[in-house]
Design a protein around this ligand. Structure first.
Ligand code: NAP
Length: 347
């Protein structure tokens, strides 16, 4: 067994967190995960190999101050992944920003109180780096999203505000623990639980006729299993510090559709019309007003722009190598079919 002390992970039921739990158990760690409902609601976690002996689930809520005291007690390492990941919410302040920011402060307060915590690994996002690709720029960990607000990409705003609050906490309170942030881009891959994650949902929508045409958009993709490894490497690598942009390659929507076609998924309702030119972009900007409010804003701040970033820090300092996006994408699709999020392929 690797540790006597458990590694605490908040939001253990989440898409990314469940993979961290699986990987930690596989590597021989003891794990204490926080969940919102009673543990019996998470059979997919309780049945993981090693869970019976080394996984403990405790209840906690980001909006209830003090509920993380018991979860982090006696731990050296805490991974704070819990945060709402939703694009279209009724009230951005109470549905996104409050749990993200107050929740982060609550978890860090509990770590401070514990007296045992040595490092907190914070799951941030590319959303805290930018919400607007800029074709002339290569984004790095030095960049901060200064554009988002409650009215513009509120999910991005919640992640930026939460990461800023975490660094502010470290600066002001000078705790005995340090902070390392992981900033993933679009996380895809198989899910251990039955829920459909927002990032895989985008792939599902592309395959389900939600988008009329191929838009001039590109994203950075990263496999959920690599994101889990990055969190563990950030914990194990003593010299790890600061932020880590965590993403493999970027892929344009056109390449993504081609890849899905050539991988045998051509019978799905993939977008057919090429809307990647200037006229198409203008049309899509106009049509974006017919989408749910925040999806529309996201399209308008992203379309017609090329996202580029530098992922060399995480490769160099944490020694991570990323799975090819093609592999992750195919695994995502097959997994969504398995869970019933996508209909089976027509023969
Ligand atoms: P997810 O599957 O939706 O997981 C979110 C987790 O947060 C769930 O465990 C959820 O618990 C928990 N949570 C939400 N509100 C909570 C509250 N009020 N109290 C306690 N727990 C709460 O999303 P994910 O993709 O794994 O995201 C995990 C983290 O990675 C988030 O911080 C997200 O911003 C970040 N991230 C995700 C991506 C991506 O592409 N997926 C990319 C960059 C960063 P319930 O199960 O009870 O709802």
């Amino acid at each position: 067994m690797k540790t006597i002390k458990p590694v605490c992970i908040t939001g253990a039921s989440g898409f990314i967190a469940a993979h961290i739990v699986r990987e930690l158990l596989e590597q021989g760690y003891r794990v204490r995960g926080t969940v919102r409902k009673t543990p019996a609601n998470y059979p997919f976690l309780l049945s993981l190999p090693g869970a019976a002996e080394r996984l403990e689930l405790v209840q906690a809520d980001l909006l209830a101050a003090g509920t993380y005291d018991r979860a982090v007690e006696g731990c050296d390492y805490v991974m704070h992944t819990a945060s709402p990941y939703e694009i279209n919410v009724k009230n951005p302040q109470t549905d996104l920003v409050d749990p993200a920011v107050n929740g982060t402060e609550t978890v860090l307060e509990s770590c401070l109180k514990s007296g045992s915590v040595k490092r907190v690994i914070f799951t941030s996002s590319i959303a805290a780096i930018t919400d607007e690709p800029d074709s002339r720029k290569v984004f790095t960990e030095k960049d901060w999203n200064t554009m988002s607000s409650l009215d513009r990409n509120p999910y991005h705003f919640s992640k930026t505000s939460a990461e800023l609050a975490a660094w502010d906490f470290i600066m002001k309170k000078r705790p005995a623990f340090d902070l390392v942030a992981i900033n993933p881009f679009m996380v895809i891959g198989p899910s251990l639980g039955p829920s459909l994650n927002t990032s895989n949902e985008i792939i599902r929508d592309i395959m389900s006729g939600v988008y009329p045409g191929i838009m001039d958009m590109n994203w950075g993709f990263v496999d959920v299993r690599d994101v889990a490894k990055a969190h563990i490497l950030a914990m194990e690598t003593g010299t790890a510090s600061g932020r880590y942009l965590c993403s493999a390659e970027t892929m344009h929507m056109r390449e993504l559709v081609e890849l899905l076609k050539s991988s045998g998924f051509g019978s799905y309702a993939l977008p057919k019309i090429d809307l990647t030119g200037k006229a198409g972009t203008l049309l899509m900007k106009a049509l974006s007003f017919t989408q749910p409010k925040n999806t529309g804003i996201y399209i308008r701040t992203t379309i017609g722009r090329t996202m580029r970033y530098d992922n060399s820090k995480i490769k160099r300092e944490l020694g991570i190598s990323f799975k090819p996006v093609k592999e992750s994408l195919i695994d995502s699709v097959n997994d969504m079919i398995k869970w019933g999020h996508l209909p089976p392929q027509k023969k």
